[in-house]
Design a protein around this ligand. Structure first.
Ligand code: FAD
Length: 440
């Protein structure tokens, strides 16, 4: 019997977990090709998870093992949609799994959002993570104050990165220009503004404690913001994790400021209603959520909205604009009510931007389960991966395979060693391709 041939689009956790599950002993011989638009694998594990979260990033070791299996290939530096189309993949493989994540930023819908100095947190994250397509104008770091909008873990990540000391940054893998820019910027006050109150904040106690323990800044919480309504109390009573977070917030609120040069202040129950300024943002107008007549103007030259993400439509694939995801039924992509044979979705593009890395493993198990349940009707419907290899060659696509990615990793280790640091990321695509040996 011929093998089940599967193409996965995207090498983030969702796509990699899916490849892993498919390549395990499933009762079928399975060949999996994972296509990735970047020369580097692992999606947001490399370009989202904060650089000072090296423990979380150690998941890379188990993700790496997936690509060392003889039945899984990595085809990096191949953009599905331009280098190769979805229809071409569907013609050559028995099944295609879409695992392309949620790369677009959600908008706040607040007047002035388009002003220079208002920068989606994801762009800032991409820049400090060394993403090759990051666009971030470092001149905004000359501001004195920054406002982070949102009370999720990403909001706390970006606030923490703004107050890390150069020594702390040097212990991570961020590129040297990021150490220079973040280590020497002039932002002294960072505000984290949340519409929600502390009982409904989305960040975890662990993230909060980490921020509260930074060396370079005072972390400030106002006791007034911690007063709970009846409804809040009922909510907390059944949420022990929230009760622990409130206890930590309470301890920090009771702490006397240490007089450090930098500070991070939480402002709960506030909504930004306008960003204003002549030529660039200078003021954020906030209203109090339950007392809209309470208006505050906060001076700030940098605003980082961290309010969520959405997927991006891909030619030939149905897309739900409202949710920013690919419509599916039990992981099978549908066009209206009609399932599209052999087309599946997994991860953030399937369920939206929620959950931690491990959530994608459960999601991948569902998707792989649906695909394997359909296997008998799929096997033999694709013409084979050889045709795809020939197509990519004929189009001059410089594929970065697994051994070439390993060469990029080696170059990053050498770069770090040369600067007296651990591994340091390459951030320029051409440098990556040179290190991979596919460009001169
Ligand atoms: C800033 C940030 C910090 C986070 N920190 C943590 C954390 O500390 N701990 C934690 O557990 N979770 C964290 N998460 C959540 C976690 O990263 C996600 O749950 C997970 O990455 C989603 O996996 P995914 O594979 O669906 O998407 P992604 O990780 O986004 O992977 C999608 C991949 O598809 C590729 N791709 C997209 N389009 C194409 C195309 N056309 N052709 C080929 N390839 C394509 C992309 O380049 C990317 O590599 C964080 C998320 C963000 C945004």
């Amino acid at each position: 019997m011929s093998p089940l041939r599967v193409a996965v689009v995207g090498s983030g956790p969702a796509g990699t977990f899916c490849a892993e599950i498919l390549s395990e002993d499933t009762g079928h011989e399975v060949q999996v090709d994972v296509f990735e638009r970047l020369p580097t694998p692992f999606g947001l594990v490399r370009y989202g998870v904060a650089p000072d979260h090296q423990k979380i990033k150690s998941i890379v070791e188990s993700l790496t093992e997936v690509y060392e299996s003889p039945s899984v290939r990595f085809l990096g530096n191949v953009t599905v949609g331009s280098d190769i189309t979805i229809d071409e993949l569907r013609a050559h493989y028995d099944a295609v799994v879409l695992a392309c994540g949620a790369p677009l930023n959600r908008q706040l819908g607040v007047p002035g959002e388009e002003l220079p100095g208002v920068v989606a947190a994801r762009n800032f994250v991409s820049w400090y993570s060394g993403h090759p397509d990051a666009s971030f104008d470092t001149s905004v770091l000359t501001a004195d104050r920054a406002v982070v909008v949102g009370v999720g873990n990403v909001a706390l990540d970006v606030a923490r990165m703004l107050v890390r000391t150069p020594d702390e940054l040097r212990r991570t893998d961020v590129p040297e220009h990021v150490v220079d820019a973040l280590g020497g910027h002039s932002i002294r006050k960072v505000y984290i503004v949340g519409r929600r109150g502390p009982a409904h904040a989305k960040f975890t106690n662990k993230e909060f404690l980490e921020l509260a323990g930074v060396e370079g800044a005072d972390v400030l919480v106002s006791p007034d913001d911690l007063e709970l309504s009846e409804e809040d109390r009922a909510h907390v009573a059944v949420k022990p994790a929230t009760a622990r977070l409130l206890a930590s917030l309470g301890k920090v609120a009771a702490r006397a400021p240490l007089g450090r040069e930098r500070s991070v202040r939480f402002l709960f129950h506030r909504t930004p209603v306008e960003f204003a300024g002549a030529g660039a943002v200078g003021t954020v107008r906030l209203t109090h959520t339950s007392r809209p007549e309470n208006v505050e103007d906060l001076a700030a030259g940098l605003v980082l909205p961290a309010v969520g993400y959405r997927g991006v439509a891909m030619g030939g694939v149905p897309f739900d604009e409202a949710s920013g995801t690919i419509p599916h039924r039990d992981s099978r992509v549908v066009d209206g009510e009609r399932p599209l044979p052999g087309l599946y979705a997994v991860g953030w593009v399937k369920r939206g931007p929620s959950g931690v890395i491990g959530t994608n493993r459960l999601c991948a198990a569902e998707t792989a389960g649906a695909l394997l349940a359909d296997a008998s009707s799929l096997i033999g419907t694709g013409s084979g991966r050889e045709g795809i290899d020939a197509l990519l060659r004929s189009r001059g696509v410089a594929v970065v395979d697994w051994s070439r990615w390993r060469a990029i990793e080696a170059a990053e280790a050498s770069l770090g060693a040369a600067g007296g640091r651990g591994r340091v990321k390459l951030h320029d695509r051409t440098d990556m391709l040179i290190a991979a040996g596919v460009a001169a």
